[in-house]
Design a protein around this ligand. Sequence first.
Ligand SMILES: Nc1ncnc2c1ncn2[C@@H]1O[C@H](COP(=O)(O)OP(=O)(O)O)[C@@H](O)[C@H]1O
Ligand SMILES: [Mg+2]
Length: 577
Amino acid sequence: MSEPAPIPDGAIPQAADLIHEAFADWRDRFGAITTIARRHFEGRDWQAMQRDSARRLDLYGEAVGEAIALLTPVLRERLEERALWGGMRDAYAARIRDRGDAGLAETFFNSISRRLFRTIGVEPRVEFVGPPEPGAGPAAGAGVTITFRREGEDAASLVHLVRSLLKHYEFAAGWDDFDGDARRITGLLEADPAARRLEAIDMALPVFFRGKGAYLVGRAHTPAGPLPFLLALVNPDGKVVVDALLLTEDEVSIVFSFARSYFFAEMERPRDLVEFLAAIMPRKPIAELYNAVGCDKHGKTMLYRTLLHHLETTDDRFVVAPGQRGMVMCVFALPGLDVVFKVIRDQFAAPKTVTHEEVREKYRLVFRHDRAGRLVDAQEFEHLTFDRARFDPDLLAMLLDLAPSTVSVAGDRVVIRHLYTERRLTPLDVYLKSAPPEKARLAVLDYGQVLRDLAATNIFPGDMLPKNFGVSRHGRLIFYDYDELCLLSDCRFRYLPAPSEDWEEGAAEPSFHVGEKDIFPEEFRAFLGFRGALLEEFLKAHGALLDARFWNEMQERHRRGEVVDIYPYGTVRRLRE
Ligand SMILES: Nc1ncnc2c1ncn2[C@@H]1O[C@H](COP(=O)(O)OP(=O)(O)O)[C@@H](O)[C@H]1O
Ligand SMILES: [Mg+2]
């Protein structure tokens, strides 16, 4: 066998430079589209905001593709030589060391090498592994926050602080009622026993834009300890309005939920921003915070490292997830980790007729769509491998039986060609079995609200059975079964015809024509599976959902191009209601 041609002098540093440039390019494009998000908010261009939210998700894959295209002529036939990539990784590490986004830059390198090598598991020679983040880094929040101090203890000093805070965030659209907003905020702070004594507020410098909202996020210092501080801004008529003030970790956490689309936030140092957010929401996984600020690939890296760390530091084994077995998915979990793993079955149980590709297409649709706080975010992984001993034998037998084209065993390793991860929730059917009546009532009411919120974003969930909804730790309902999900605008909502009309007397089957996308809301009652008092509560609050009129009206709003409001906080928090 002939030796491969020698690497031309300077090819390794040149290749490292190319990857670095491609990374910097992606960051620039990411920054530019974020800057434009502010303009969309100021100009109320909600359609453009939606378009750019989806568009931004493409930038990363494009940048990785471009990097590979640039590397090909430099490395030529040695592009896929592992030894070379070790040298490139070291050369690249030196280039990114002083960047404020070095963690993201590592992930970018890994994305390229994993795409080229179709790496199974992790290959330390050609990618960055190990500690969650490189370097010691500055203190949390350094360079990404601004502090507003209170000068005095009286009411006037609080007003003054609030006014200077608002003034700091200037919008081209201007404030609708600056004095009134400052007064209302101060009033609420005064009414809160902890907030009224606040001494200072640290605020994240960037504004967080998403959908029709903009958010100012910070943390107040009080003698009783730190207090989350979030202002939600809206722009209903061309001027900026402070719509809500949130002062609890739970409420802020819900704004940053894994069931919502990612924010646009300008940031030079994503890690510092994420650390600041983590200080405000200490229970939220770091991976989800990276996702929330739009760095979903790095979020995925962090999730993966969390998973490895969990396996290294516990004896946890993968087991079948609690709840009913899926007809399309095999779902499993690690008892000590808040994550589920979903593998697509080779064959779907009847009556499912979708194909594998259609299932994946549905997950892609959800990924790019407004998730409305009601659709769980899913991360897609390829070529994972774990120790066989970490699988409960029943689970492994099930996976090999139901998904043999995706899951295989090689010696003492289990190899999984493709899976999704999601935040682990409590399936609603499981939840209702043991929930006290009041919690069950709230869950059933929120179930209806999920249907409304999804309809507001032009989504029809398809399979509405309770087992396809999960309950979050905040008691919020979130949908996760996507194989029958579709756009509301693609459905036809109909009333059941009266039997006398065109339903033959005594016929077992309806004789009127039912199209594939025909939906009869009157039939929903059968899907709900709620009985007695719960059903009554549901019908009282959400009876409208059983009427085709609700759905047809919603379709009409979407047809007109309306972007329907969904607030990530309760009506009681709205300042002007
Ligand atoms: N995110 C999740 N958290 C907790 N359990 C889940 C989650 N996703 C799915 N499950 C469990 O797995 C089952 C099957 O998953 P699902 O996504 O509904 O697939 P299928 O299309 O096969 O029904 C659910 O009914 C539920 O019990
Ligand atoms: Mg299901």
